[in-house]
Design a protein around this ligand. Sequence first.
Ligand code: SF4
Length: 293
Amino acid sequence: MEIIYDYPLYRPPSEANSMIFQVTLGCSFNKCSFCNMYRTKEYSERPWDEIKAEIDMVAKFYPDTRRVFLADGDALNLPKDRMIQILQYLYSKFPELERVSCYAMPMNLLKKKDDELEEMRAAGLHMLYVGIESGSDIVLKKVTKGATYRTIVQACQKAKRHGYILSCMVILGLGGKTYTREHIADTARILSETAPDYVGALTLHLEHGIYNEFMTKFGEPFIGLDDMGVLDELERLVANFNPKTRVVFRANHASNVYSIGGTMPDDKDKVLTLVRSLKSHPEMLKPKFLRRF
Ligand code: SF4
């Protein structure tokens, strides 16, 4: 049995063992200058008949599915009734189902009414992956994220208030050398204020197809960070990340210079010791050809 996906298909690393259903295609925003994930797709919502047929087919072959990820980049943009219809059908077809998750843009979280988020949570949508990228309003504007420090905090707090597990991504190197100070100070501040359940720190990697667009939208010469600059950002981010609740922090994405992780704030000293030792031993870093975004 094989689902015919509409490629490219993306999912967070922690959803590697999840069954993926594409309930939307592409990203309704599709304008972040660092992201080329869905540039080849026009955003659309797949018809119910197609989604249902796929769930029926998968249920025959994998009835014991425990985790589902709803793709593509923007499933929370679906109207609440369609999302609930999908969730209810998934739970009816997979009796062992424990977790359903999807990506969520800050603006989509803010667009949803409180009772809509509540209903979707009650119907079994558990976990949301939110791309924060940076806490700096300057950097967010330069990379055309379509969100600000304030709207991101509001969106994350809204999701947490309604009981969603929150996993957030930030991008090391996103402000280049010019804005590294603001980028990291404000990213540590936004992560401390929102205290998501999980944080993933990725490293900026510009694919050829969007390189020129990124540079143009940045509006001034972008000076990228080298490995030492990235490690320096990671050190400052961890040192200034002070959540009031425990947060699982990982910088172990394929784009990162090394796989690092711990629970904050408990493991802060351990992580800082590792990052500092990597700065003194660059030979320990992952070779460039093994890094992917
Ligand atoms: S980063 Fe997220 S919101 Fe921005 S274009 Fe890519 S998928 Fe869409």
